[in-house]
Design a protein around this ligand. Structure first.
Ligand code: 3PG
Length: 204
């Protein structure tokens, strides 16, 4: 099964303290969102991925904000089961293709999507989704590029997610709203689970 079809929403998480990773992953899984993207934006990110991979086997943990071949190597070594990038460079694509795990490379134009499809990559992250044209843009691509599917991310909310999820070329959406920084700082995992439960119901 494709990464895009495992869950309607992929939580995009910024982990400042690796000790929060396991309880937050458990809360997301309990709410019905097993696919978790930990962004490589903090020093704690790789440790967070390692802990989730080791202690929350029901989660499918991956790395986001993957920008370099070195990021690919470090993320896979930490136990990432998928990789997500905000955009795609030739060097990064080569590393992703060699990385051995599924990946969603970032694309924001028809040309970028076509270049990736030429390389056999047809499941992409559409980023930054709202700023780059939103659901209307992806709907426009579904005619000429019907074989390319997306996980739009960037500016997605519970209010605009249904419009994306209704499109034939969208498998899931990504977003950071499931794990508010203040909830993580306060250890309020019940709130995370509630947000996940609501998000899991977005695709009816
Ligand atoms: C990101 O790059 O942080 C992700 O795309 C999440 O974006 P969001 O914070 O707008 O959900």
């Amino acid at each position: 099964m494709s990464l895009l079809d495992l869950a309607p929403v992929v939580p995009v998480v910024v982990v400042d303290d690796a000790s929060t990773a396991v309880p937050l992953a458990r809360a997301l899984v309990a709410g019905g969102l097993p696919v978790i993207e930990v962004t490589l934006r903090t020093p704690a990110a790789l440790d967070a991925i390692r802990r989730i991979a080791a202690e929350v086997p029901e989660a499918v943990v991956g790395a986001g904000t993957v920008r370099t071949p070195g990021d690919v190597e470090a993320a896979v070594e930490a136990g990432s089961r998928f990789l997500v990038s905000p955009g795609t460079t030739p060097a990064l694509l080569a590393a992703l293709l060699a990385g051995g795990v599924p990946f969603l490379p970032g694309a924001a134009t028809a040309s970028e999507a076509m270049s990736l499809a030429e390389r056999g990559v047809r499941e992409l992250k559409f980023f930054p989704a709202e700023a780059a044209g939103g659901a209307a843009f992806l709907k426009s691509l579904s005619g000429p590029l019907p074989d390319v599917r997306f996980c739009p991310t960037g500016g997605i909310t519970p209010a605009n997610a249904p419009a994306y999820l209704a499109l034939p070329n969208v498998g899931c959406v990504g977003g950071s709203w499931l794990t508010p920084a203040d909830a993580l700082a306060a250890g309020d995992y019940a709130r995370v689970e509630k947000l996940a439960t609501e998000a899991a119901a977005l695709r009816g």
